[in-house]
Design a protein around this ligand. Structure first.
Ligand SMILES: [Mg+2]
Length: 378
């Protein structure tokens, strides 16, 4: 079997004026990403996502990957990561290179699963896994005037038992947001906070102390991803677990996070970290050092499918048999038709449970009409 065709498909959706949303750093109106479709001489099709702008993905594919990928056996998937660090010497760890590797790698695993007639999580060595616990990403900073508690109340009404909220503007509003979320979630709900790297270490530490009484599962990106010593300072100053990874790309960046004892949780994004092959390596490095793995997902339905298959394959974090600490799947609750409309059977997090597709490969079918509707290159 070999790959005969490769297509990049940028897709996007713009939020209406006044509906922008974001984090402590900035607002945005555009949801955009790039899908990649591979075809084989045996008639199989594989899908992946490069969580990066279409024209950059297209140029990176054409310049660095197309020649090697066309004709490649999809089972040789792990050679992609090795090549990415070898041949584009000096920029293998670049976000756009690793985003493209992610898309090709995931599409290869989709094809491998289809050819073996097994879902990807079983081929990656995972046990049988029927469902995962989704958590709502919510309480964004928005342009709309809404009561603070409204979005998280909606998530709870949908059945979510866990949520991650945006904080990071200043300690006073952080406390107000966390207190509100905790009241809505109740004492038993899992609550995480995301600072999106908007703080200096002393500011992140101030908030960490101020919200400690609200039983926080993790603080995400307390300081900018480039601030290695800042992560260590924050981690040393609080008992709340620290998480990062959405802005780290490839094995070496994650190895540094783990080796530096900078985080308690790594969060690879399957559209940027280097794909399923690299995520598995990252998970092995992390769990070996008792660092937990919770994928970051702000992708289209394709990247989400890859993350779900990956999450379903990751072994329990060691030594938690008596301390329930389930794998959590991020489920963004902001408007994004690239997540909701792209599949013939969309993912459904309602009721606090998310089914893991059991069909071969990623276990998804693309709705071609929806794909045409959101494609942004024509
Ligand atoms: Mg985040």
């Amino acid at each position: 079997m070999h790959i005969t065709d490769l297509e990049t498909i940028p897709i996007s959706h713009s939020l209406p004026d006044g509906h922008g949303l974001g984090d402590a750093r900035s607002f945005g109106h555009d949801r955009a990403t790039t899908l990649l479709r591979l075809e084989t001489d045996t008639g199989l099709e594989g899908w992946g996502e490069a969580f990066a702008p279409g024209r950059i993905v297209e140029a990176t594919v054409a310049e660095l990957f197309a020649e090697d990928v066309l004709g490649m056996d999809p089972f040789a998937v792990e050679s992609l990561a090795v090549e990415s660090y070898t041949n584009p010497y000096h920029f293998g760890g670049d976000v756009f290179v690793q985003s493209v590797v992610s898309a090709i790698d995931v599409a290869c695993w989709d094809i491998i699963g289809k050819s073996l007639e097994r879902p990807v999580h079983r081929i990656l060595g995972g046990t049988e896994c029927e469902s995962l616990v989704p958590y709502a990403s919510t309480m964004y900073f928005t342009e709309q005037e809404r009561p603070l508690e409204e979005p998280i109340q909606e998530a709870v009404d949908e059945g979510f038992t866990a949520a991650k909220i945006k904080i990071g503007a200043n300690t006073d509003t952080d406390v107000e947001r966390v207190r509100t979320a905790r009241e809505v979630l109740g004492d038993d709900g899992r609550l995480m906070v995301d600072m999106n790297g908007n703080y200096r270490p002393h500011q992140a530490i101030e908030t960490a102390h101020a919200i400690a009484e609200y039983d926080i599962d993790w603080i995400e990106e307390p300081v900018p991803p480039e601030n290695d010593s800042g992560y260590q300072d924050v981690k040393a100053a609080t008992d709340i677990p620290i998480a990062a990874g959405e802005a780290h790309y490839g094995r070496f960046a994650f190895k540094k996070l783990i080796d530096n004892r900078a985080v308690d949780i790594v969060q690879p994004n399957l559209g940027r970290c280097g794909g399923l092959s690299e995520a598995r390596l990252i998970a092995d490095m992390a769990t070996t050092e008792n660092v937990a793995v919770r994928p970051h997902i702000w992708n289209s339905a394709v990247g989400m499918a890859a993350a779900i298959q990956f999450a379903a394959s990751v072994t329990d974090y060691p030594h938690t048999r008596n301390i329930p600490d389930p794998m959590l799947i991020e489920f963004d609750r902001s408007e994004n038709p690239l997540r909701e409309d792209l599949l013939e059977s969309p993912f459904d997090p309602s009721g606090g449970e998310l089914d893991v597709p059991q069909e071969p490969g990623l276990g998804i079918s693309i709705d071609e009409d929806a794909l045409e509707r959101y494609r942004s290159d024509e």
